[in-house]
Write a protein that binds this ligand. Sequence first.
Ligand code: ADP
Length: 163
Amino acid sequence: MTKIAVYPGSFDPITYGHLDIIKRGLQIFDGLTIAVLNNPSKKTLFSTADRVKMLKAVVASMPRVEVTSFDGLLVDFVIAQKAKVIIRGLRAVSDFEYELQMALMNRKLAKTVDTIFLMPAEPYTYLSSSLVKEIVARGGRAAKFVPPLVEQELRRKFSLTKK
Ligand code: ADP
């Protein structure tokens, strides 16, 4: 039986921290479905289509990884994927409270679905999509934090590249 896990998130945009979690997930599971949350009420810098496109480009060389978007309840999506596991990343204690609440609520909604937490390599523990956006918006370089194509898209968003 193939074991598939779902890695959900905003990925606005994908960072090397996310990528670290994806690689760790692939060591445990046969396949990973990266699920980009399409939530019109949550303000994101990139559209859902753009976030999916960037993710697909970044994981293009990784077999066993699929990228898709979803709306509605995460547990319904997980069950539809015939998966039983949700992967989330834990960077610091500050992530814990929110993640615990989500994991327990998701278990209440679907008792067959479990959440597992993976810790990234230390240099990524202070990395977040929001910080990267701030850095690039203020003219800083993000090459250490995001893949080159993502940095390029960020610079384009903030009109920092020559047209
Ligand atoms: P969400 O809005 O669902 O939190 P994010 O894209 O911010 O979406 O995060 C998706 C998942 O990836 C979350 O579990 C988050 O904790 C994890 N994550 C985000 N950045 C990192 C990082 N630098 N290292 C490890 N995990 C991370």
